[in-house]
Design a protein around this ligand. Structure first.
Ligand SMILES: [Fe+2]
Length: 317
């Protein structure tokens, strides 16, 4: 397959303080170069017999393919970021204020990131992250360091070829000129498209239907607040006998003998129960407790989730 060329998105003659010569050279040589490289590498990869190709050859080509592909994509976004008047639309101003505190705060971080790359190279990107449904500014070196699942909305090219012809080594003046020319209407249109992307699917445990679960962070906050909480470690006995760590604040109870120990619990205070990873054992125990009239929830992610979050652990047994 061939990657088709995308026309230059901005109208280069309307740009303020970025010369036609610079933009043309950038588009033709650097964007065009990346696309031509990408298509040459793709052709070469398509002709390979992978079973007979040494690993280092495959590795090198796939690495170069990644660099060329992302360079082409980011350059397309770069030219599509220009051509406006540099003033965020109401929608974008609200979104930036929501995620960065204020538009000025966003701008000062974005500009500082660009300035910091003067004399070096890389991209500064405003990215929408569906997992958090929020915007972040990210640095990307080697054309490739993209936030996984992130959707870039605005791209500032800080490779020297993007500004040297007009600004010499004065990267700061180039960053200022870029900011004056940002097409925020186009950024908003991309943001609206990005908002339609759903976050990664949550873990669904169909067999436990509507059993209420609770996140590890929320349990930690409950413990820290000092409110009464009956926090039950219900990891299977055979598992616990092989380990020595227990979540600080939790009491181990054998999930096989829940009928024996549930009588020691209070029905007026909440119960949070967990197993190793937050699947069957913890859920089944929570179901049993709920059927007996306790206000019980299972902790999502279980013991492992707690440790991954960096929650306190004690060693005993
Ligand atoms: Fe570039």
């Amino acid at each position: 397959m061939r990657y088709p060329l995308k026309p230059i998105f901005c109208r280069p003659w309307v740009l303020n303080g970025l010369s036609l010569k610079l933009i043309e050279s950038h588009y033709e040589n650097n964007y065009g170069g990346a696309l031509r490289r990408l298509n040459a590498i793709t052709e070469q990869l398509e002709s390979l017999d992978f079973a007979k190709t040494p690993g280092h050859v495959v590795n090198g080509l796939k690495r170069e393919e990644l660099v060329a592909l992302n360079s082409a994509l980011l350059h397309e976004l770069y030219f599509a970021s220009l051509g406006g008047e540099g003033k965020p639309t109401k929608t974008m101003a609200d979104a930036l204020a929501r995620d960065f505190g204020s538009v000025d705060r966003w701008r000062s971080e974005f500009v500082a990131m660009g300035n910091a790359l003067g004399g070096g190279s890389g991209w500064v990107l405003l990215v929408y992250v569906p997992r958090e449904r929020r915007l972040v500014n990210q640095f990307a070196g080697e054309h490739t360091q993209a936030v996984t699942g992130g959707i870039p909305l605005l791209a500032l090219d800080m490779y020297e070829h993007a500004y040297h012809m007009d600004f010499g080594a004065n990267a700061k003046a180039y960053v200022d000129a870029f900011m004056r020319n940002v097409d925020w209407k186009a950024v908003e249109a991309r943001y609206e498209d990005a908002l339609k992307v759903e976050p990664p699917r949550p873990l669904v445990q169909e067999e436990f239907g509507d059993l209420p679960g609770i996140d590890v962070e929320e349990v930690k906050a409950m413990l820290d607040s000092g409110k009464p909480l009956q926090f039950i470690d219900a990891r299977p006995g055979h598992y616990v006998s092989r380990t020595q760590d227990i979540i600080d604040g939790a009491t181990w109870r054998d999930p096989e003998r829940v009928q024996e120990w549930m009588g020691q619990l209070s029905k007026s205070d909440p119960v949070v129960v967990f197993c190793v990873y937050g699947f069957h054992v913890g859920c089944r125990t929570a179901v049993t407790l709920r059927e007996a009239g306790f206000d019980a929830k299972y902790m999502k992610g279980g013991h492992s989730g707690w440790k991954a979050m960096g929650g306190p652990i004690r060693f005993e047994r």
